[in-house]
Write a protein that binds this ligand. Structure first.
Ligand code: FEO
Length: 173
């Protein structure tokens, strides 16, 4: 049975993942309306991923005898100045989520809930990947600047971008 403090903390995380899913959907919609087809597909898929992160938590809380609460979600930002603005917000949001996850792991440690701590390791690894991806994309955008041809190619190729973090498990090990 899950303890109440951990249940509450996990419910907070459910809400954070739902907000991320909503924000990325708003980014996808903005990009779609501006003709950035690749970027919009990228964020539609990020939004789906965040929903999966949320669902995984919902199922875990209920499985452990708690009650996962489906949260109200605030309306996200809908207008962005440019692609750099979108991706900077994406990175900032992921950095915040990483911080939440780290705090959550710490609460588990304090409560000696090693089962939940172990469950959360998947999120710890996921956050490293997502932050690395957001930073890689932002670096590319800084190189491109206002070059229209560069932005066209960026939009065309963004979904081919994959990032393997140095912290990922070594497949050859
Ligand atoms: Fe589920 Fe990207 O945080």
């Amino acid at each position: 049975m899950i303890n109440k403090q951990i249940e509450a903390a996990l419910n907070k995380q459910i809400s954070a993942e739902a907000s991320a899913s909503h924000l990325y959907l708003a980014m996808a919609s903005w990009a779609d309306s501006k003709g950035y087809e690749g970027v919009s597909n990228f964020f539609y898929s990020q939004s789906d991923e965040e929903r999966q992160h949320m669902l995984k938590l919902v199922k875990y809380v209920n499985e452990r005898g708690g009650h996962a609460i489906v949260p109200a979600v605030k309306e996200p930002l809908k207008i962005f100045d440019c692609l750099t603005h979108v991706f900077q917000d994406f990175l900032d949001h992921e950095v915040r989520v990483t911080d939440y996850i780290n705090k959550l792991v710490h609460i588990c440690y304090e409560n000696r809930d090693y089962t939940t701590q172990n469950f959360l390791q998947w999120y710890v690894a996921e956050q490293i990947e997502e932050e690395a991806l957001a930073r890689t994309i932002l670096d590319k955008l800084k190189l491109i600047g206002d070059d229209k041809g560069g932005l066209y190619l960026f939009d065309r190729d963004i979904n081919q971008l994959t990032v393997t973090s140095a912290a990922a498990p070594d497949e050859n090990a």
